[in-house]
Design a binder for this molecule. Sequence first.
Ligand code: NAD
Ligand code: UGA
Length: 441
Amino acid sequence: MRISVFGSGYVGLVSGACLADVGHEVLCMDVDPERIATLRAGEVPIHEPGLDGLIRQNAEAGRLRFTTDTEEAVQFGSLLFIAVGTPPDEDGSADLQYVLAVAESIGRYMQDYKVVIDKSTVPVGTADKVRATVQAALDARGIPLDFDVCSNPEFLKEGAAIEDFTRGPRIVVGTDSERVREAMRECYAPYNRNHDKLMFMSVRAAELTKYAANAMLATKISFMNEMANLAERLDVDIEEVRRGIGSDPRIGYHFIYPGCGYGGSCFPKDVQALCRTARQVDYPAQLLEAVEEVNNRQKGTLFAKLNQALDGQLAGKTIALWGLAFKPNTDDMRAAPSRTLMEALWAAGAKVQAYDPEAMKECRRIYGERDDLMLAGDRIQAVRGADALVICTEWKEFRTVDFAWLKRELNLPVVVDGRNLYEPKALQQAGLLYYGVGRGD
Ligand code: NAD
Ligand code: UGA
């Protein structure tokens, strides 16, 4: 099939590359000329394991191309995937301007029947807005062309995006059209061989399914963070509790890791947007509001713990920071807990020496050159001359540490572990003051 993907970010690139890989002809479009030039030069502008190779192979095979030309992209595909960003508006609701800009272009340039597919995460009712926008542009041209709009939300996780796209447990499609069902069956057939993962439902149900999934996962995390904060005050180790409840299959081990709060481009904005949707229909979504509130508070706990450990004497101190990305295996720092921490440290007059295996360039892009930020070449350099160490991301390379060495390096023996990577006893035995999340300290 011929497929155009609008938006060549995480979702657009992963979807485009994976669909090309099973033989479809894919054209990825983006309004950012630098991004498209990078992709055409054979480089990938984001860090996602396996994506470079997948893009290279399929580009070389001629199945995957990149363009900034909207008209070409509208006319190329019979399936038009919209995978542009839906960032939060000032009031927290999803900003649909990029989605609707693509819809307008589709109406302006289409010459024959198209299936327009909302892959971006969009609030219930967006497909109707997309349909109306395409139709208005068609009406302005005075051309009566047929098209359908469906919802096909994406559930991939950064860092495991290709695996999630190709082997995810379900493919949700919201539509009431048999023609669309046929087209989507054909599109996803290569990824739908062993058992039928396609779930057809109403457009509005598909739109809400995406928010419900993210909100459920975010709720699990905030719940565990709440339990961890309680455990801390009750002298209980939350890690024992986590294992204890995770063993119940009704609860499960996934997404119950307490930490320094969820970040990324999705959970924070999607929980917020769902709260906003609820308010718009006069429903006070108390649980969701609390999930967001607990998370915002949790992101501040690293600073609070450090400040307390240092008796409020942060001014002039140098803090080593391991991990900048919002999670491992990505260079993404959107809404990362590391940012909340660094900004609070700077406001308190402290300096940061940070290291992340992938997100250093991104950190420099966000914060630029500043006297109170040193980006270290490795984790050892980050600790050199520092007063205390904070861990924000659970990269594999941070898991094994010579604590005796750490004790010698740090001026004050303080370690704040936002991801519960270590056994408190091991650090205590090395003479370090260890502050985990909910470790009963
Ligand atoms: P992103 O910011 O990485 O990429 C979006 C891209 O769209 C950018 O490159 C931007 O230049 C481009 N763009 C903006 N306007 C455009 C236009 N008119 N035409 C063509 N391109 C345009 O975003 P993302 O992380 O890929 O997320 C996209 C959507 O998918 C969001 O709604 C997000 O919530 C959802 N989503 C993201 C993930 C994820 O892990 N990142 C997972 C599932 C769903
Ligand atoms: C999340 C969902 O997992 C995807 O299914 C979804 O498609 C995506 O959002 C989206 O809609 O964009 P992602 O944000 O890439 O994916 O990453 P996650 O692995 O879900 O982690 C999100 C945040 O939660 C991270 O900051 C992570 O550290 C935190 N987290 C995760 C915890 O604090 N505890 C956990 O147990 C799990």
